[in-house]
Ligand binder design. Structure first.
Ligand code: FDA
Length: 307
């Protein structure tokens, strides 16, 4: 059970500093991180769009500890929107925002994060696109969903993310589906206690299917965030039974994971959106990818060993 150990390591500042500085880490990190700047990442976005793939862009960073850092994170998204504007991709290039980056954990953080993310959502709307609020650890979910509700009063296309490993998520899905939201369903990537989350992978998968059924049968726009072939097949089946057309829901996968499957789904006429993360603060994101799959860890260790 390496996953929980790696997830614990993802919160270690000492390891963050050591690994971030190691030159050998870079080639491995590149598999999951599209670039260090938006200028370096923009060609990949255009390339994917040309191949029929939509994107959601994440400026890497999380857990900011002072308001100035939160402002810098907000400004990085505003800069991203400046670069996206001329590409004229509309909602084919939306953004994923972590509210911990926007200052959610600071004193008075709920209001700071709301103000910062509102500026991003306003700028996104001005170029015809939108924002989805990533889901982080369980202590943040109430605040994140409240911010999602507040944003939707003016910007109803703002998306939410829900994690099937949390016991609360079926209820959240019912509320979001009734409200007609854009909702990304994922299994969940954080280390959570047994008091709030399923620990058994089979239970997480079963809960995913229950949540997916609620979203597919509801009034919203489901976004199926998973690389799992069984989940993808079940999603197609549930969508068909619910009378949804291919454009009434979408699949989402992470950059660097199952690219051939991403292209296959897009070629079949599905909406396929790739979550593209870029920036220099890649440590937490990268460690969660390692924790998800032993093969990713083996690939990382082989690369460090120079093989
Ligand atoms: P899971 O890890 O359960 O694997 C199931 C199967 O999928 C594997 O057996 C294999 O067949 C296939 N598979 C998985 N990874 C593969 C790989 N690298 N190569 C080949 N096959 C592979 N989490 C969160 O907590 N908050 C968030 O906001 C988000 N946002 C988000 C956005 C998007 C677009 C995605 C796809 C995921 C997230 N996540 C997330 C992460 C999510 O919670 C979860 O940790 C990962 O998606 C892994 O779960 P899966 O459902 O993909 O498959």
């Amino acid at each position: 059970m390496l996953g929980p150990v790696i997830l614990a390591a993802s919160r270690s500042d000492a390891l963050r500093r050591t690994l971030s500085a190691a030159p050998l880490t870079r080639p491995v990190v590149k598999r999951f991180i599209a670039g260090e700047t938006i200028e370096a990442t923009a060609p990949a976005i255009e390339d994917m769009a040309g191949q029929g793939l939509d994107v959601t862009l994440d400026v890497l960073g999380e857990d900011v500890t002072d308001p100035a850092e939160a402002t810098r994170s907000r400004d990085a998204y505003l800069r991203l929107i400046e670069v996206l504007g001329p590409l004229q991709l509309g909602e084919r290039a939306e953004m994923s925002v972590k509210l911990s980056c926007m200052g959610q954990a600071l004193a008075g953080g709920h209001d700071i994060a709301l103000a910062n993310v509102t500026a991003i959502v306003e700028a996104a709307a001005a170029i015809g696109t939108t924002v989805t609020l990533d889901a982080e650890d369980h202590t943040t979910i109430d605040s994140t969903l409240a911010i999602h509700t507040a944003l939707r009063e003016r910007f109803p296309r703002t998306g939410a993310v829900v994690q099937s490993y949390l016991f609360r998520t079926e209820d959240d899905c019912r509320a979001l589906a009734a409200a007609g939201s854009r909702v990304r369903l994922v299994k969940g990537a954080y280390k959570e206690p047994a008091s709030v989350a399923h620990q058994d992978k089979a239970e997480v998968d079963k809960a995913y299917v229950r949540c997916l059924r609620i979203l597919m049968e509801g009034d919203g726009y489901p976004m199926v965030g998973s690389h799992d072939p069984r989940i993808i097949a079940i999603a197609q089946d549930l969508a068909q039974r619910a009378g949804r057309k291919l454009t009434d829901y979408e699949f989402q996968m992470l950059y660097g994971i199952r690219s051939a499957e991403q292209h296959r789904l897009a070629a079949e006429g599905h909406r396929m959106r790739v979550y593209v993360a870029y920036g220099t603060d890649w440590y937490g994101y990268f460690m969660r990818r390692l924790a998800e799959r032993p093969a990713n860890l083996a690939f990382f260790l082989r690369s460090l060993a120079g093989r």
